[in-house]
Design a protein around this ligand. Sequence first.
Ligand code: SF4
Length: 238
Amino acid sequence: MQEGALRRRVKRELERLETVFGRPRLGRRFSPLDELILTILSQHTSDVNRDRAYASLRRAFPRWEEALRASPSDVEESIRVGGLARTKSGVIQAVLRRILRDHGRLDLASLKSLPVGEAKAYLRGLKGVGEKTACCVLLFACGQPAFPVDTHIHRVARRLGWVSADATPAKTHAVLADLIPKTRYLTAHVNLITLGRRVCRARAPACPQCPLRAGCRYAALRRRRARADGLGTRPTLY
Ligand code: SF4
């Protein structure tokens, strides 16, 4: 598909998702440092367990200085409910140490006034902070134009044909950050995740109920396969 046609299609499909799922409002607004810790806790767990782990961490250590000074085992214990507690507690304390060293205090508010590329480069330089985590902090806590791509968005974009079927997460991120208008980043991020969780599930996408089925490459592949063998066999998942 030509680039201009793809851009128009993505815009149309994002508008369709807005019609179906609405335009989300940011319910929570954390400081950049709070958002960073919350996003570290979100890795490989559900939103519910992430929120439980965060609440438990803040109960145990109301100030980040206390979490930094605490013994690693106490931090680990406080976030056990979120899974991967040993790894995440190590990342959290390493990140706090580095921020204190770089800024003289445990605060990342200065990121808000940096150009987005510089702010992202700083976050990416912190131990255990990848592209998605950095973009979440920038988008949700700094109001900066960064587009986080999680596993749902990566899957949905490949199935729809917005990116190639064999695109890596990094490629998907680069393509979507360019294709999606910056003013739509927040809404597109939330609505694509909603689509991935409710409809375009990893193992059993509900294509007949999908608002984007008309233009979807994967749905067309399924239909072709079903017609070919008359059995409705599954296409290779991607
Ligand atoms: S039509 Fe099916 S594969 Fe395509 S985005 Fe919707 S649920 Fe996913």
